[in-house]
Design a binder for this molecule. Structure first.
Ligand code: AMP
Ligand code: ZN
Length: 481
């Protein structure tokens, strides 16, 4: 596979520390509110990446954190803890809202066919590990204690700003207008590893530490969780593009200083979902959720389809019109798949393999999901039987996760029900295949028109496909024998 690597700013051949095995880490949600569909764009694309790697034969260990402490309202070390702010908003405890929004997040993921990572770790469950890392950083001179907090000393690094495809505005995050400068910091990009002092003294969750009672900074949690569950060599780190700086830059700084060797060579960043008036943001208060899409009558998988149509490295503009188009295209696609007959077989293994190879190669070019979607239409036009087409579509759907065959089967069933009632009391019951239902109906029409030769011909055609028809008092029923 070739993947764009934001650490080197190049598309490169994907490599792993252990051949055939991928250690993968994903920055998880901050659970102070519902995820918006922008956040979920990142998780959809990361899900496709994970599934693609498995499809291509890798064994994957995917780890994700749940941020339930330490993420302040500014990505620099300023402001109130987002969790505390959320708890106040809802008159609940931090742990109550953490549980509620973690469950809500995984419910959204389920609706969008996003697989749960192998390991999901809330930050509050691993405080001792974070303290151990911070202590070692202090002991080895990478961290200093000032004004009650422990800071990482960025001047100790030969290299910082690994993801320098940011503009100056982003890089100056620590000294932005309106953000008070923290006079304890020796260098402007130093960041807090452990807080015991903050302007907001009502921090709900605090733990004992060598520096006094306090709580961890946001960046240390991802390093700590990854080091515990992915080990010392991470192959692939993922997140939304806004995480690149300062969050990921700081993760690299502290992990490599702690380990004493390079940590993660490959970085995958998903670009933002924007609305016409800018970036979608949770902190702005009003945002689009999966539940809202459902309330408006959209299938969450139409949103997944919408995301797959675009490349993850391009900003994507959301509008209701764009989503309507995606929903329309998705349901048309499902109808076409529903018209394929599983009985039209057997599967042609050579054709199946050729399509699978082409798909693997196309998606393996920097996760080109729009080519993956186009490949579905190519299968529908292929010169092969329906059973082979269905097998190929099912295989592609292991990566795209659009529930293609299950949804098509539902449509067939519905079509079977409506077609039977539409024909003046003649009911065809069968195994949910509209193509077969239609043939049985045509046999009935032929009999009604006293065209017995045609009726017999259709019965023979069905028999050749292994279908047995039984006349019932309301019409006919069929089954595969
Ligand atoms: P948060 O819950 O705020 O920590 O964000 C969860 C994930 O969503 C992070 O990986 C962010 O980088 C990502 N993210 C935030 N906003 C957007 C957006 N508008 N589009 C895509 N991804 C986003
Ligand atoms: Zn992270």
């Amino acid at each position: 596979m070739y993947l764009y690597n934001s650490a080197t700013h190049k598309k490169e051949e994907f490599k792993t520390h252990t051949p055939g095995h991928v250690e993968m880490y994903t920055c998880g949600p901050t659970v102070y509110h519902f995820a918006h569909i922008g956040n979920l764009r990142s998780y959809i694309m990361e899900d496709v990446l994970e599934k693609y790697l498995r499809y291509a034969g890798y064994d994957v260990n995917r780890v994700m954190n749940i941020t339930d402490v330490g993420h302040l309202t500014s990505d620099a070390d300023e402001g109130e803890d987002k969790m505390v702010k959320g708890a106040k908003r809802e008159h609940k405890t931090v742990m109550e809202i953490a549980q509620f929004y973690t469950d809500a997040f995984f419910e959204d993921c389920r609706k969008l066919n996003i697989k749960r990572p192998d390991v999901v770790q809330p930050a509050t469950g691993l405080i001792d590990d974070f303290i151990k890392i911070v202590k070692k950083l202090e002991d080895t001179g990478y961290a200093y204690f000032a004004g009650g907090n422990v800071y990482f000393d960025t001047s100790k690094l030969g290299r910082y700003y690994v993801f320098n495809d940011h503009d100056e505005e982003d890089l100056a995050v620590g000294v932005r207008e309106g953000v008070e400068e923290d006079t304890n910091k020796r260098n402007k990009n130093d960041f807090v590893l452990w807080f015991t002092k903050s302007k907001f003294e009502d921090q709900a969750l605090k733990w004992d530490s060598p520096w006094g009672v306090g709580y961890p900074g946001w960046h240390i949690e991802c390093s700590g969780i990854s080091l515990k569950y992915n080990g010392e060599y991470l192959d692939l780190h993922c997140g939304g593009v806004d995480n690149a700086f300062p969050h990921h830059t700081n993760e690299i700084a502290q992990s490599e200083s702690y380990l004493g060797h390079p940590w993660c060579p490959q970085w995958f960043h998903v670009h933002h979902l924007n609305t016409n008036d800018g970036k979608m943001s949770k902190s702005k208060g009003e945002f689009l959720t999966v539940s809202l899409l459902e309330e408006k009558g959209y299938d969450p998988l139409a949103y997944r389809f919408f995301c797959l149509q675009s490349h993850y490295r391009k900003a994507l503009v959301f509008s209701w019109e764009n989503l309507d188009n995606a929903q329309g295209a998705y349901s048309k696609l499902l109808k076409k798949i529903a018209a394929l007959s599983p009985a039209d077989g057997p599967v042609d293994e050579a054709v199946f393999q050729a399509y699978k190879d082409k798909f693997t190669q196309q998606l393996g070019n920097d996760l080109n999901t729009s080519m993956g979607v186009t490949a579905l239409y190519d299968v529908l036009k292929a010169k092969t039987n329906d059973a082979t087409k269905l097998a190929i579509l099912d295989s592609f759907d292991q990566v795209l996760s659009l529930s293609l065959l299950a949804k098509a089967a539902e449509l067939r069933e519905k079509a079977a029900q409506t077609s039977s009632s539409a024909q003046g009391g003649y009911t065809v019951t069968g195994e949910g295949d509209p193509a077969i239902d239609a043939l049985v109906m045509r046999r009935y029409e032929a009999k009604k028109a006293k065209n017995f030769a045609e009726a017999d011909r259709i019965r023979d055609e069905l028999k050749a496909q292994g279908i047995e028809i039984t006349d019932t008092k309301d019409g006919a029923s069929w089954k595969r024998v």
